[in-house]
Design a binder for this molecule. Structure first.
Ligand code: CP
Ligand code: NVA
Length: 308
């Protein structure tokens, strides 16, 4: 799937696509944006709450001369008030593109199947591609390269981890994930990433030993233990992840000066010790800002338009 037709999964991209998106984002961040998307309208269809994704897409459209229409969970009722296929077919008559945040990935795929306009994944239970691409932009900004770095992901083998693994393995960044038993990334995803890694030279590994994972890491990354939609599993998850908290002691086992990343929102005192987001090695707010810049690059590719 070429990016001009939408973005549901990082696995739809090539390493070159990722490199181009990052360089476009750097350029537009440095020079500011122009009204490349004058007159274009983007629908934001959200089944779950959002701060970063919603605001950054809305602001990106505004700064590029276009407009965004936000549709909250209660308004559309995807598959409840109306069939997903009918929502897709109707919305595509009004707008030029759709960003959707859904509970289930198949909902997103169905939306894309019936939509005449490109659909961008604004997070599903399976992937969060815009997050992973923004994260690579941040890492590139902080380290100057991507290939050859080592990223340690401590925590759940979730949507964020899955997209980041794909992105890292495409661009040649080593990726080690440490998850408690029962919460690891599935074999099929690891296998897919290994296919990308065979070309790029990335090394992929999975363990339950978080101390081992962070050793020699350039980036220590974590995400919530309980993702949106998993609230009923909170008790079991708190128990399983209790020893996987990222604190200054764990961070000190990584390379000197390693950066700490988190997609946010964070549950302070759970996956991250209180105060870690303000640690000098933390880049989480730059990381959040970069969602805006990478998404401008994505929108220009998907909706048509060039960074001067
Ligand atoms: N990281 C991220 O996607 O944040 P939101 O859930 O606030 O959009
Ligand atoms: N894994 C988290 C990411 C939030 C941006 C979730 O899905 O809730």
């Amino acid at each position: 799937m070429a990016i001009s037709t939408g973005l549901l999964s990082v696995a739809d991209l090539t390493a070159d696509d990722i490199r181009h998106l990052i360089s476009d984002a750097i350029r537009s961040k440095q020079r500011g944006s122009s009204a490349f998307l004058n007159g274009k309208v983007l629908a934001l269809v959200f089944e779950k709450p959002s701060l970063r994704t919603r605001v950054s897409f809305d602001v990106a459209m505004w700064q590029l001369g276009g407009h965004a229409v936000y549709l909250s969970p209660d308004e559309i009722g995807l598959g409840k008030r109306e069939k997903i296929s009918d929502v897709a077919r109707t919305l595509s008559r009004f707008v030029d593109g759709i960003v959707a945040r859904t509970f289930s990935h198949p909902t997103l795929e169905k939306l894309a199947e019936y939509s005449r306009v490109p659909v961008i994944n604004g997070l599903s239970d399976y992937e969060h591609p815009c997050q992973a691409l923004g994260d690579l932009l941040t890492i590139h900004e902080k380290r100057g390269v991507l290939k050859g770095l080592r990223l340690a992901f401590v925590g759940d083998g979730n949507n964020v981890a899955r997209s980041l693994l794909m992105a890292a393995s495409l661009v040649g960044m080593d990726f080690c994930i440490a998850s408690p038993p029962g919460y690891a990334l599935e074999e099929a995803t690891l296998h897919r990433a290994e296919g990308f890694a065979a070309k790029s030279g990335a090394r992929i590994s999975a363990t339950s030993d978080h101390r081992l994972a962070v050793r020699d890491a350039d980036i220590v990354y974590t995400d919530v233990w309980i993702s949106m939609g998993q609230e009923a599993e909170a008790g079991d998850r708190h128990q399983a992840f209790a020893s996987y908290q990222v604190d200054t002691e764990l961070l000190s086992l990584a390379k000197e000066g390693a950066i700490f990343m988190h997609p946010l929102p964070a549950h302070h005192g759970e996956e991250v010790v209180e105060g870690l987001l303000d640690h000098p090695q933390s880049v989480v707010y730059d990381q959040a800002e970069n969602r805006l810049h990478i998404q401008k690059a994505i929108l220009l590719k998907v909706l048509g338009g060039q960074v001067a």
